[in-house]
Design a protein around this ligand. Structure first.
Ligand code: ADP
Length: 339
């Protein structure tokens, strides 16, 4: 762990992932592995952000299926509903009310400078207002559970900065003595802040360079074999530090394995084909336990459903408490004037 301010007793963990497509290694190392580590040390809220997924206009069937599949994958990977509240964002609809209140605390220009909105415009798309407002809903996601620590990959730090700005503005405007919200901070692990994809760029669904966590073996093999490599002759030493295959090996291999493969690269006579075979073996074994758990859960979908429903009930109690306070602080409690 690098450069992270240790957790404080008041810290609450809160983070979400969009149910669009399937989970990939970037999501696991950048976010989910931290979710799992943190669920043992603090109160945690982890949610599947289906309202956010609407910005990409999925079909209703796709949204339903992807949301449930993500819940299943989370539990297979080790997110534990007895330790953290696991739920689906839209099961706590109060979050949209908070987002509306927050949207008045931020100049529209700050949102126009948001990364996702700017990227979409640069690609020549006409982004919808949902994508523009995305960071405000994200601030509400975090703060409605009084979250102060947000495990994410580096790409998300700008959005957490906006959430921090909103929390500070809310405190300044609506509280006089004790601030109401703890300004949240990102929890980014430097070594995996940007997990590389098959082409060496950041692994992302949008770049089509991902390896899914539960990839089918034939697809996995095909993807790995197609990773571009240098044209070093077989007998010569290969450079591990500029090689995409090696950067993935480093991600999933234990220290001893990585160091022995590194030596093979430097010695020469090894070849990228063997490196790729090593990578395939490592990838297959890394998630083999999770794969077994996943098969069990597929056979018992009610276990996943019940855990997510219970998680939402717990989260909703917290959200309703926050909204009672927020309504009072902002003046959305007119009946108190009629006493
Ligand atoms: P994608 O970029 O594939 O659409 P998401 O935006 O759904 O992924 O990301 C969900 C979580 O996974 C976020 O916390 C994000 O920061 C993290 N994440 C995604 N890709 C990476 C990556 N390549 N490296 C590190 N973290 C990542």
């Amino acid at each position: 762990m690098t450069n992270l301010k240790p957790l404080e007793p008041h810290d609450i963990i809160s983070s979400g992932i969009k149910p669009t497509g399937v989970l990939h290694y970037g999501n696991y190392f950048g976010a989910i592995r931290q979710y799992i580590n943190l669920q043992d040390t603090a109160e945690a809220f982890y949610f599947i952000v289906d309202y956010h997924a609407l910005t990409t206009l999925p079909t209703p069937d796709t949204l339903r299926v992807d949301t449930f599949r993500m819940a299943l994958d989370w539990m297979a990977l080790g997110l534990d509903p007895d330790k953290a509240s696991l739920f689906v964002q839209s099961d706590v609809p109060e979050v949209t009310e908070l987002a509306w209140i927050f949207s008045n605390l931020l100049p529209a220009g700050d949102l126009e400078r948001g990364v996702s909105f700017k990227d979409a415009k640069q690609r020549g798309d006409t982004p919808n207002a949902g994508l523009l407002n995305y960071p405000v809903l994200q601030a509400a996601d975090i703060l409605i559970y009084r979250g102060s620590v947000v495990p994410v990959g580096k790409d998300q730090t700008q959005n957490i900065e906006i959430a921090k700005r909103i929390a500070n503005r809310f405190n300044r405007r609506f509280t006089s003595d004790k601030p109401y919200f703890h300004p949240p901070r990102p929890w980014v692990i430097e070594e995996v802040a940007v997990v590389p994809g098959l082409d060496g760029q950041k692994m992302s669904k949008s770049y089509n360079n991902t390896i899914a966590i539960f990839e089918e073996p034939e697809v996995l093999r095909k993807k790995v074999m197609a990773i571009p490599t240098a044209s070093t002759p077989l007998s010569e030493p290969m450079d591990p530090d500029s090689d995409h295959v090696f950067s993935l090996i480093r991600l999933v291999g234990d220290e001893e394995t990585v160091s022995s493969i590194r030596d093979s690269y430097l010695r020469g006579g090894f070849g990228f084909r063997r490196a790729k075979e090593e990578l395939i073996n490592l990838l297959e074994s890394y998630f083999s336990d999770a794969r077994e758990r996943r098969d069990e859960l597929v056979a018992k979908p009610n276990v996943v459903r019940d855990a997510m429903v219970a998680g939402a009930e717990r989260a909703r109690v917290r959200a309703q408490e926050t909204m009672r306070d927020v309504r009072e602080l902002t003046g959305l409690n007119w009946k108190d004037a009629a006493r």
